[in-house]
Structure formats: structure tokens, C-alpha cells
Design a protein around this ligand. Structure first.
Ligand SMILES: NC(=O)c1ccc[n+]([C@@H]2O[C@H](COP(=O)([O-])OP(=O)(O)OC[C@H]3O[C@@H](n4cnc5c(N)ncnc54)[C@H](O)[C@@H]3O)[C@@H](O)[C@H]2O)c1
Length: 389
């Protein structure tokens, strides 16, 4: 069965993409980019890991020399919670009018979107996520990703953990879609190999799930195909030699294109399971995706043959002698995952068997799963989870 929408000429309505500034050393342009938002002060959202890696200090020096007044909020936790967003918003409100500069991985970018939105809505808290989609505008946002993975710089929502409810909520608004994505691969040179692997697999999954998504369309397919080529080509090199700037650059641009693709098409079951697994065990996002990627592809293959052929061709695989592209593509993905040493059984990720039914239920209920090429039942997801336990 082919995915019906991906080649169709059905009407499309696509917002223009945000301004992209890509290139080694482009971070030096940050002061002038801030002024293009109409603001001359910056509220910098980041995390402690970026401080320790020296990335924050580099960027603050640039703001100092550009004469930009700033405040720094560096208390965003990985997989940020509604509490993290509320704490950041309190500080941003106290700082006053500014552009929000999000400097970090997907966790920081997502939290910064929520913080920006809450500043525009003084009485709101992050737990109001459901009603904030209709709220007043947030502060203008500049996104500076320091991982090559999530593509969070391409959209106006954050995936935020509602710790009380043990689930992820989508906190966003069109106004907090970043005005500018500043993509400087030099900022990723110090990302350790395991984090390069986990975040890079996230980008690869975005390309694969976007191509197989029910929401795929000719524009998303174009982005996703190029993304799979760039990410699958550069990721093993960037993992092996983190100082290879060309590989870092290709990976960063590929991850960004994958983000553009997912924003247009939606994703699928790998992300549905990944979100639920992270909510229950705290597993880093990319590691959670890697745990089930090939097994979900095998499950989905009957409804995603064309898409998986396109993935395999984009990965520059030679056509399989038996014509079975789905099998060959799953094998190609398994090889990359093996090279990166990123796949772990669920029992090593803090999941106990008793949790699996709740993870399966969470995956099926997650909004991201509705674009899966083959819609799963809870029993089918439980079977996948048991296989990788
Ligand atoms: N909004 C979206 O479209 C979207 C899409 C996918 C995932 N996400 C979310 O993104 C989050 C995951 O983001 P992530 O995978 O980028 O990881 P992350 O932001 O959680 O960062 C992981 C760790 O890497 C460190 N780090 C980041 N950049 C570094 C650098 N250059 N050098 C050294 N250390 C660095 C951080 O300090 C942190 O400790 C999850 O919460 C996930 O739900 C959002």
C-alpha cells in the first residue's frame, strides 16, 4: 500500500519559513539580528551544559561587543517541564521588553517558546497550554540550536512535560515560531559523541517519519528527502570525529531541513512511543526513539513501502536484488544505529515490565501518532515494546 498524500496535488497552505542564517561563525551576527526584531535587549534562555561547554560565554561576549543589554536564564532542564517554563517566564517578565534568544538544544528552544508566550500573556502559566494557542502574541524569538537534531527552530510549539500528568503537552503559538534560525555549526563542535548520536538519530527519524507520514505532501517530501541524505551521510562522521566541521555543518543543515519537513507533515509512531517512554523513564529523546525505530518501521512497512524506498534511495543504498526496499532500508537504518551505539533495550532505560501498558496507551493517545502510516492499537504497541524490552 502506498502513502496516498505524498505525491498528490491537493491544495496546500504553507507559511513562509523563518529567516535562516547558516554558516560557521555566523553567531557573530547575533547583535544585528536582534535589532531586526525591533528589540535592543535580549533575554537569553540556555542551560547549564551549555555554560560548562563554554558556548554561553562565547555568545555573551558577542552581545557585549555589540552593545546589547541582556539577562541570562540558564536553568532549563533536559525534557523541560511546565515548572521550568513558569520559572523562566517569571524572570523574563521581571527583565521587561526584549527579544528572546534561545541558545541550546531542543529542550532550551522549546522552553524558550513557552517563556516567550507567557511573557505576552501575564496571567498565564504553562499548564494552560491547551488554551494558549488562541492567546496574545509572545516576545520575538531567535533560535540558535546547539544540537543537530530536533529541528525545534522550525516551529512555534514546545514539547513540555506535565510532570503531574506523566505526559507531554504541546505549548505554542504562531507568534513564537522563531523569526530567525541562526545555524552555526561551530557551536556544535563540543557536543560529546553520545549526544551527537542521540540528537542525530532524532533528525534521521524526522526525515523517515515525515516521508511515511499521512500528512506528507510534495513540499515536505522534498525537505525530508534531502534531510535523510545529509543526515545519514554526515552523522557517522560527526560521531566518529566531532571536530570535523564539514560533517557538523551538513548534519546541522540536514537536521534543520528535517525539522522543516516534520513541521509540514507531522510524524508518527516512533515519536509517539518516544514521548511516552521519556515521560515514564526520563530517557533522552533521541535514545528513546532509537530504542524502537527499526521495530516500528517493520510494523509500519505494509503501509509505507513507497516511503521506505524513498528513504533507502535518499540514503544512497543500492537497489536490493529482491526489490524489497522496506527490508533493505530497515537494514540500512540498523547499520547506522549500530555504528552510533545508541540503541538500548528498554530494561536498561529504566522501564520495568509493569510500565509497558501505560507507555503503549500513552503512545497511542499522543497526537503525533495520528499521522503514522499504519495506526496501531495499544496491543500492537505493547507487542513492539515487549520485543525491545
Ligand atoms: N519542538 C519540536 O519540534 C521538537 C522536536 C523534537 C524534539 N523536541 C524536544 O527537544 C528535546 C530534546 O532536545 P535535544 O535532543 O536537542 O537535547 P537537549 O536540548 O535536552 O540537550 C541535551 C544535553 O546536551 C547539552 N548540549 C546541548 N548542546 C551542546 C553543545 N553544543 N555542547 C555541549 N553540550 C551541549 C545540553 O546542555 C544538555 O545537557 C526534548 O524535550 C524533545 O521533546 C522538540
Amino acid at each position: 500500500m502506498a502513502s496516498p498524500q505524498r505525491d498528490s496535488l491537493a491544495p496546500l497552505s504553507i507559511d513562509p519559513i523563518c529567516r535562516i542564517e547558516f554558516g560557521p561563525g555566523h553567531i557573530d551576527r547575533l547583535p544585528e539580528l536582534i535589532t531586526t526584531t525591533g528589540r535592543h535587549r535580549a533575554f537569553v534562555v540556555t542551560d547549564r551544559g551549555l555554560r560548562a561547554a563554554g558556548v554561553v560565554e562565547r555568545v555573551l561576549k558577542i552581545l557585549d561587543s555589540g552593545g546589547i543589554e541582556y539577562a541570562v536564564h540558564d536553568e532549563v532542564a533536559p525534557n523541560p517541564s511546565t515548572g521550568d517554563v513558569d520559572a523562566g517566564a517569571r524572570r523574563a517578565r521581571a527583565f521587561g521588553p526584549a527579544a528572546v534568544v534561545a541558545l541550546g538544544g531542543g529542550s532550551v528552544l522549546d522552553a524558550a517558546k513557552g517563556i516567550s508566550l507567557l511573557v505576552g500573556n501575564p496571567d498565564a502559566v504553562a499548564a494552560d497550554a491547551g488554551r494558549l494557542w488562541e492567546a496574545a502574541d509572545g516576545l520575538p524569538l531567535i533560535a540558535i540550536p546547539t544540537t543537530s537534531g530536533t529541528g525545534a527552530e522550525t516551529n512555534g510549539f514546545g514539547v513540555i512535560e506535565d510532570a503531574g500528568a506523566c505526559r507531554k503537552v504541546y505549548l505554542g503559538h504562531p507568534s513564537v515560531k522563531p523569526r530567525i534560525a541562526l545555524l552555526d555549526p561551530e557551536l556544535t563542535l563540543g557536543l560529546p559523541a553520545p549526544a551527537t548520536a542521540a540528537t542525530g538519530i532524532d533528525a534521521l527519524v524526522h526525515g523517515i517519519e515525515s516521508l511515511a507520514s499521512r500528512g506528507a505532501n510534495p513540499v515536505s517530501v522534498a525537505y525530508a528527502t534531502q534531510a535523510v541524505t545529509m543526515v545519514s551521510g554526515a552523522l557517522p562522521t560527526a560521531y566518529r570525529d566531532g571536530s570535523d566541521l564539514d560533517a557538523r555543518a551538513a548534519l546541522m543543515l540536514g537536521a534543520h531541513l528535517a525539522g522543516q519537513a516534520l513541521t509540514l507533515s507531522g510524524l508518527g509512531l516512533v515519536h509517539g512511543i518516544g514521548h511516552a517512554l521519556t515521560a515514564h523513564t526520563g530517557t533522552p529523546h533521541g535514545v528513546a526513539l532509537a530504542a524502537v525505530l527499526e521495530e516500528v518501521m517493520v510494523f509500519s512497512a505494509p503501509a509505507a513501502r513507497d516511503a521506505y524506498e524513498q528513504v533507502g534511495r535518499a540514503m544512497r543504498r543500492t537497489p536490493p536484488a529482491d526489490g524489497d526496499w522496506a527490508r533493505a532500508t530497515v537494514q540500512a537504518v540498523r547499520e547506522i544505529s549500530g555504528t552510533l551505539d545508541v540503541k538500548r533495550p528498554l530494561r536498561e532505560l529504566g522501564a520495568d515490565r509493569g510500565m509497558l501498558p501505560a507507555i503503549a496507551a500513552g503512545a497511542v493517545a499522543d497526537a503525533v501518532t495520528k499521522n503514522a502510516p499504519l495506526l496501531p492499537s495499544e496491543a500492537e504497541v505493547l507487542e513492539i515494546l515487549t520485543r525491545v524490552y
